[in-house]
Design a protein around this ligand. Structure first.
Ligand code: CAP
Ligand code: MG
Length: 415
């Protein structure tokens, strides 16, 4: 008989094996529970234990996780490689971020960070392109690539949407981007939007002589996303966009597989991430969500504006570092800064996040007093000025679009 008890999941002398997945949690035990008891329950419920003591006749493979370090509220748990199915992110998350999030033994619990071991990490494909898009798809040199999302988010007709794309592209923007809640509604059907936007893209490319592309939102159930990805490739676009948190990682994995066949890059929008990561002492950190995104293989992901924009951000710079760092030769990911950005914020943003990023502005382009084309120019001028080491105020002296944007928004952080 093999006994499995909660106490068996705590071993403060345990040294994780190189093949273990090591997860760091913030744990606040329930009122009547000490930290060691809570930590052992976390390791138990997230691997192979339960509330009752088990007796298994004949013995079983030991798949138990081990809580091996407690430092204040930070608990580290090591998971054996055999616990996980290769290349199945949903299964991994059902272990390390599953039932434990609702255990009564803990008042609060947050998955803070993961150290992904090579045997598990390399069962995932990683990105096809990552930061290389800047010069594989575009011709951006060292500067950040730029994107703009037409506003209002939804309600523009297909013609209006495509026309805004043309104005933005010819103003110097690299990527037109759909908004997270624009998919295939009656006022702007997916296939029409794809065709018309790409027709305007071709026109803009011809006029500017610069490569341009379109982040078309294919978000839907997995089968529909695959059909939409096929249509995107057929029409000669380079990207699909997916709302990766709302669709779920399993669906993203299916899209990633299809995109390999089609040679398409994936732009990951993270709408709903804040439901997991905004409350600081509970949930799943954005750092871990970004790690998952890299493993399953998106090429861009929104990681915030280093606190300069309209939305709450968790450690944009630290997360970006993780996305760039070498992980067993896996491609990196291009972080997208977005949410409340406008030209006046560009110098400080680039100071904080560098140039190996995408910069997305919706309201900060289309809200320009002289319209989208001028707004696109102003954004690009702010980037060019910063790349040249020239203060934007000085650059604005002979760049009127930038001057108007600075007059309107200055360097304010919008809310
Ligand atoms: C930005 C945006 C993006 C957010 C997402 C919006 O528009 O299109 O979805 O940036 O947040 O709908 O708010 P603006 P994050 O440029 O007009 O603000 O990048 O933090 O995931
Ligand atoms: Mg949006």
């Amino acid at each position: 008989m093999t006994g499995i008890r909660y106490e068996d999941f705590l071993d403060l002398d345990y040294e994780p094996a190189a093949s273990d997945l090591v997860c760091s949690f913030h744990v606040e035990p329930a009122a009547d529970m000490d930290m060691e008891s809570a930590a052992s329950r976390v390791a138990s419920e997230s691997s192979n234990g339960t509330w009752a003591e088990l007796q298994v006749s004949g013995g079983i493979t030991d798949l138990s996780a081990t809580a091996f370090d407690i430092d204040g509220s930070r608990v580290q748990v090591a998971y054996p490689d055999e616990l996980f199915e290769d290349g199945n992110m949903a299964q991994v998350l059902s272990c390390i971020a599953g039932n434990i999030m609702g255990m009564k033994a803990v008042e609060r619990i947050r998955l803070l960070d993961c150290e992904w071991p090579e045997p598990l990490a390399t069962t995932f494909p990683g990105p096809q392109f990552g930061t290389s898009v800047r010069n594989d798809i575009f011709d951006a040199g060292d500067r950040p690539i730029t994107a703009t999302v037409p506003k209002p988010k939804v309600g523009l007709s297909t013609d209006q949407h495509a026309e805004i794309g043309y104005e933005a592209w010819t103003g110097g923007i690299d990527l037109l981007k759909d908004d997270e809640n624009l998919t295939d509604q009656a006022f702007n059907p997916f296939h029409d939007r794809l065709t018309e936007s790409l027709a305007q893209r071709d026109r803009a490319e011809e006029e500017t002589g610069e490569p341009k592309s379109y982040l078309v939102n294919i978000t839907a159930d997995a089968n529909t996303m695959l059909d939409r990805a096929d249509a995107v490739a057929e029409q000669g676009c380079e990207y699909v966009m997916v709302d990766v948190v709302t669709t779920g990682w399993a669906a993203v994995q299916s899209v990633r597989e299809r995109c390999e066949e089609l040679g398409l890059a994936i732009h990951a929008h993270r709408a709903m991430h804040a439901a997991f990561d905004r409350v600081e002492n509970h949930g799943v950190s954005m750092r871990v969500l970004a790690q998952i995104a890299r493993l399953v293989g998106v090429d861009h992901i929104h990681t915030g504006t280093a606190d300069l924009g309209k939305l709450e951000n968790e450690d944009t710079e630290g997360i970006n570092e993780w996305l760039y760092a070498d992980r067993y030769g896996m491609n990196d990911v291009l972080p997208m800064a977005s949410g409340g950005l406008h030209p006046g914020l560009v110098p400080e943003l680039m100071d904080r996040v560098g140039t190996n990023v995408g910069i997305q502005a919706g309201g900060g382009v289309h809200g320009h007093p002289d319209g989208t084309h001028a707004g696109a120019k102003a954004l690009r001028q702010a980037i060019d000025a910063t790349m040249d080491g020239v203060p934007v105020e000085e650059y604005a002296e002979d760049h009127s679009e930038l001057a108007t944007a600075l007059e309107k928004w200055g360097t304010e952080t919008p809310r």
